[in-house]
Write a protein that binds this ligand. Structure first.
Ligand code: GRF
Length: 194
């Protein structure tokens, strides 16, 4: 059995990037194994998708946990007990503390060509600026929002007639492919000890 990086995916919503990673990790030679999907909201749609795909799911209700410290200690215990080596944020709408980020290597996918358009509403902001190119980025998670080291990017052209929804749809397709490739690359590097 080839070595695979034991990975947890953190979600808050529909989980299409999560689903892309789960699908990729079904390939026998994919260097990451998705051990668990964790949501910070029990109603996150992606939880059902993960369950259907046969992946263990867990909801740690951030509201019920009573604050970030309590939420993060539950999260820390959940990933530690499962032997997780790498965390992938996929539409996870919570800012993790510097302490947590310092303890766990984590990747994030962001729908813009970072460092442009950090934060929310990236598609409408890019359209309002009249940019010709938009895209998505996989980056290491750092304490500062959307600011960690860039792992990989895909450029997506802005087309005539684009509105935020159309552009977001095209970027999302690119996100799925980019995240699959980036997780594989990072996992191979980790396995090689780099
Ligand atoms: C994606 O566009 C991702 O880049 C952003 O939030 C969205 C999540 O979509 N962080 P999904 O839950 O993966 O479908």
């Amino acid at each position: 059995m080839t070595r695979r990086i034991e990975t947890a995916i953190l979600i808050s919503g529909r989980g299409s990037n999560m689903a892309a990673l789960i699908a990729a990790a079904r390939a026998p030679d994919y260097p990451a194994h998705i051990g668990v999907v964790i949501a910070d909201r029990p109603e996150a749609g992606g939880l059902a998708l993960a369950r259907e795909a046969g992946v263990e799911t867990l909801a740690i209700d951030a509201k019920a946990a009573g604050g970030r410290t309590a939420f993060e200690s539950a999260l820390d215990a959940a990933v530690r007990t499962r032997g997780i080596e790498l965390i992938c944020l996929a539409g996870f709408m919570r800012i993790l503390s510097a302490d947590f980020v310092g303890r766990w290597p984590a990747l994030n996918i962001h729908p813009s060509l970072l460092p442009a358009y950090k934060g929310l509403d990236t598609h409408s902001r890019a359209l309002a600026d009249g940019v010709r190119e938009h895209g998505c980025t996989v980056h290491w998670v750092a304490p500062e929002l959307d600011a960690g080291e860039i792992v990989a990017q895909t450029r997506v052209p802005v087309l005539p007639g684009d509105d935020a929804e159309r552009l977001a749809g095209r970027v999302l397709v690119a996100e799925h492919a980019l995240y699959r490739t980036a997780l594989a690359e990072v996992s191979r590097r980790l396995i090689a000890g780099g």
